[in-house]
Design a binder for this molecule. Structure first.
Ligand code: NAG
Length: 160
């Protein structure tokens, strides 16, 4: 009887702890450019450093996925531009993670802004190609990448 009571008490404690950590995670996202996306990405992260790390890692994953998807669309010259820019964005985001670890926040911010430039360079190339149908797939993938990158920039402003 007493043991059962103890178990349910620790369950309640666990649920409260999870709830509090998620509430903190959302607070980090309150001022983000895309708060709902920010919250679903950082989940229960309670400090800006781990929230940013999770978001950058997720952005790297999504950038690789966008690259694979653009390679499947066909062999337009503009898609080659995108492939190169996706590769550059991944390198750039990996160096962002390294700067974050070294607590070099100015360099981190420079690299995070650069990621946005890589995605928009790809957008410009596919728009100029004039192939509406192929362009729309790339543009919609890029939109998620740009939103995640904007959220990374926001989270980087919370680092101390
Ligand atoms: C990343 O930041 C470093 C340090 O500020 C800079 O030298 C490098 O050019 C940046 N990378 C990009 C792609 O902007």
């Amino acid at each position: 009887m007493g043991e059962k009571h103890l178990v349910s008490f620790s369950m309640v404690f666990l649920l409260v702890a999870v709830f509090i950590s998620q509430a903190q995670g959302s607070a980090l996202c309150d001022e983000a450019a895309f708060p709902a996306l920010c919250r679903s990405t950082v989940k229960g992260a309670s400090d800006p450093t781990s929230a940013l790390k999770i978001t950058i890692e997720h952005l790297i994953f999504e950038t690789k996925r966008a690259k694979d998807s653009s390679l499947k669309i066909g062999s337009l010259k503009s898609l080659g531009v995108c492939k190169q820019n996706f590769d550059d964005a991944v390198d750039d985001l990996q160096s962002s993670l390294a700067y974050m670890q070294k607590k070099d926040i100015p360099s981190l911010k420079i690299n995070l802004s650069a990621a946005l430039t890589f995605y928009s360079t790809c957008d410009d190339a596919v728009v100029e190609s004039g192939d509406q149908k192929k362009a729309s797939t790339v543009l919609s993938n890029d939109l998620l990448l740009q939103h995640l990158a904007a959220n990374c920039l926001h989270l980087s402003t919370l680092l101390k």
